[in-house]
Each structure stands twice: as structure tokens, then as C-alpha cells.
Design a protein around this ligand. Structure first.
Ligand SMILES: C[S@@+](CC[C@H](N)C(=O)[O-])C[C@H]1O[C@@H](n2cnc3c(N)ncnc32)[C@H](O)[C@@H]1O
Length: 209
């Protein structure tokens, strides 16, 4: 970690992620019970969770802007437990521990997204729900080409973020069945970054073990 990664990027990320705050409440409307939020970032989802949420386990290998994040946690209506580790490793939770798993603009930066999704599926209850909003690959060939070209730069300046991940395919590969998917371009913003996949999914019944 260098000066940029430790001090500049977290502020840039917090500012950038506040630009999409208007999309959070609708994405999280179905959250309930015990929630595992993967890629917690700076805690921007906390004030958008509905009343049915009882606790949030906030998983992220990055810890930054601690004072700002602590204030957001202190303002939450439910307990928040932070876990500093990546999701694409074994998660320290039993099978079926959570009623709900959430990712918001996280799968773009996870090194091994299918491994992470498989772990998320393992720890989700059979009757639980996975809620997500992610940016990813465009269906428009010209935009997709630009996403591919810009990937190396984006990865370097934005914490490993890839612009062109096929989010729905990854979610299915991780063992989820998508029950609803909304694809849209969120304006205003660079088109390469604005191709949204918002949806909900359940664990496919062929859960291993
Ligand atoms: C673009 S930020 C989004 C933050 C937050 N979800 C939001 O909506 O504001 C992506 C987050 O994913 C986290 N992340 C990257 N790799 C991860 C991994 N392997 N497991 C869990 N989180 C990861 C990053 O540290 C970062 O906080």
C-alpha cells in the first residue's frame, strides 16, 4: 500500500460512491434479518437499510477513513460488526448464517468474484436473498470495447476495479439463481462506468454438502 492507496483512493472512493446514493434505498428495500454486506467500503449503505434489518456484518479487507465510518456506524439503528478480510477466501461463518447478503458496486474489484459469490451463497440461508447493484459489461459493443480499453487504467486508479464484468453470468456461476434483474444506464456519469445490474437472487438448491 502506498500514499495513493492509503490516503487518496479512500477519499476518492467515498466521494465517488456518494454520487450513486440515489440508487441505494431501492436496491436494499428487501433486506431483512441478519445481513452480510460484502465490500462495506465507507458504510454508505447503512442509512438506506429498511426497518426489517436486525444486524449487519460488514466485510471488507480495506479499512480507511475510520472516523467517518465510525460515525456512520454509530448512527445505524442496528448493530454493525466489522470483519476485515476478503470475501474470495473462506468466510468465517457457518453455512446458512445470514438471511440476506448484499453487494453494492463490489464485484468489480474482488479478485476472484466467483469464489466470493460461492462463499456468499454458502453462508446464505436456503430461504435467504442476495441483493445486488453492480456496474459491469455493456450490451452495447462500442461501449464494451471502450470498457476493455480502459480497464488497465481503471484497475490502477480505482482499487482494482474492472469495467466489463458480466455480472449476471458471474452471479449464476457462483451458484445463485437470479429472480429479478434490472439493466440500465445510470446518468450522469461516464458510460463505461454507468452500466448497472440491479437485482435479487436466491441460492440454487444444489448447494454442495
Ligand atoms: C467501489 S467500492 C464500493 C463500496 C461500497 N459497497 C459502496 O457501495 O459504497 C468496492 C469495495 O469493495 C471492496 N473489496 C475489494 N475486494 C474485496 C474482496 N475480495 N472482498 C470484499 N470486499 C472487497 C473494496 O475494499 C471497496 O471497499
Amino acid at each position: 500500500m502506498g500514499f495513493y492507496a492509503d490516503h487518496v483512493f479512500p477519499r476518492f472512493m467515498d466521494w465517488g460512491m456518494r454520487q450513486v446514493d440515489s440508487l441505494r434505498s431501492e436496491t436494499l428495500a428487501g433486506a431483512r434479518g441478519a445481513v452480510l454486506e460484502v465490500g462495506f467500503g465507507t458504510g454508505l449503505n447503512l442509512r438506506h437499510y429498511p426497518k426489517a434489518v436486525e444486524k449487519v456484518v460488514a466485510l471488507d479487507p480495506l479499512r480507511a477513513l475510520e472516523q467517518r465510518v465510525s460515525e456512520r456506524i454509530a448512527g445505524a439503528r442496528f448493530p454493525v460488526e466489522r470483519v476485515s478480510r476478503p470475501a474470495d477466501d473462506h468466510l468465517p461463518f457457518d453455512d446458512g448464517s445470514f438471511d440476506c447478503v448484499v453487494t453494492t458496486w463490489t464485484l468489480c474489484s474482488v479478485e476472484e468474484p466467483v469464489a466470493a459469490l460461492s462463499e456468499m451463497r454458502r453462508v446464505l440461508r436456503d430461504d435467504g436473498v442476495y441483493l445486488f447493484i453492480e456496474h459491469g459489461r455493456s450490451d452495447d459493443p462500442t461501449t464494451a470495447r471502450w470498457q476493455r480499453r480502459l480497464n488497465p487504467l481503471q484497475r490502477r486508479i480505482a482499487g482494482g476495479c474492472r469495467l466489463d464484468r458480466p455480472i449476471d453470468e458471474l452471479v449464476a456461476s457462483g451458484g445463485f439463481e437470479i429472480r429479478g434483474l434490472d439493466r440500465f444506464v445510470h446518468d450522469p456519469g461516464p458510460r463505461a462506468l454507468s452500466e448497472m445490474y440491479r437485482g435479487h437472487a436466491v441460492a440454487r438448491p444444489d448447494r454442495a454438502g
